[in-house]
Design a protein. Structure first.
Length: 281
């Protein structure tokens, strides 16, 4: 019996090592993407600003005086040019000085994604070879429930923040557009403000209606609360688990209930991801 327990413990430690490797690879891939995004954004910002000023002056030449905008763009451009080497040094190292860091070599990100897939497959094969009792697997599953709850809540909070931002744009933009349009004699430069706010309101309303951020946030929060309620109920032996004598039966019912909630959430997610089809005429 002791030998079996020791073997099971070693197997679990092996799975934890696989998890550690997977987390390290995901962190490395995420860090590489962030560094590349920062570097590309920094080096492309100055040319983008120059192009924007150039096109703006051509489009408004002889009609709108953009001298103040051009004067304000000069220090901004200088600041961006100064930031380029600073960002390169602190974020990406000596990338362009002959000493290319490994994560900037061609194909590095692809190789790391392949390593991640292989690490996940190794974990699956190791897990399949472990002969743990079903009760033990259910206990392990129960302890992973708080992590799932936190993930649902984090995703719901992110969608809620995006929804609030778009709703703020719609509210403020609608009021600004109405105010600017109500002015009888609006100078020509300020008419572009009306056009810009109207365009922003349209974009925000379109994204909100298409991606349904509010609904996604609501369903994720609802699923997280329901799973947490089940988790607290099975631990405190209240609700549907009140008076339950057989802990294994209670744990089985808890596992089935949580899986049902997760499946319901996946179905709702799929429904939200489906595009609205036009009715047939």
């Amino acid at each position: 019996m002791a030998q079996a327990a020791a073997a099971a413990e070693r197997a679990v430690e092996g799975l934890l090592q696989h998890d550690r490797k997977i987390l390290e690879l995901r962190h490395e891939i995420s860090r590489t993407r962030t560094r590349r995004f920062i570097l590309v954004s920094t080096y492309s910002s100055a040319p983008a600003l120059l192009l924007l000023l150039f096109l703006g002056n051509i489009a408004t030449w002889g009609r709108i005086d953009l001298s103040r905008v051009n004067i304000a763009g000069i220090p901004t451009l200088i600041t961006l040019l100064i930031l380029c080497p600073i960002v390169r040094y602190f974020s990406c190292g000596q990338v362009f000085d002959g000493n290319v860091i490994p994560e900037w070599k061609p194909g590095y990100a692809i190789a790391k994604r392949i390593d991640l897939e292989l690490a996940i497959e190794r974990k699956r094969l190791s897990a399949a070879s472990i002969d743990l009792p079903t009760e033990t697997r259910r206990h392990i599953y129960r302890e992973t429930v708080p992590v799932a709850v936190e993930q649902y809540r984090s995703s719901g909070l992110r969608y809620r923040r995006v929804h609030n931002v778009f709703q703020s744009i719609i509210i403020i933009g609608s009021l600004a557009t109405s105010t600017a349009a109500s002015l009888a004699e609006t100078p020509a430069p300020y008419k572009w403000i009306t056009v810009g706010t109207s365009f922003s309101v349209g974009i925000a309303a379109g994204f909100t209606g298409y991606f349904k951020f509010r609904e996604r946030s609501f369903y994720l929060q609802q699923t997280a609360d329901s799973i947490e309620e089940e988790y607290d109920a099975v631990n405190l032996k209240v609700g549907r688990y009140k008076g339950s004598i057989d802990d294994e039966a209670a744990l089985l019912e808890f596992t089935e209930r949580v899986e049902t909630l997760k499946n319901d959430q996946r179905k709702r997610q799929q429904q939200l991801d489906q595009t609205t089809e036009a009715p047939e005429g």
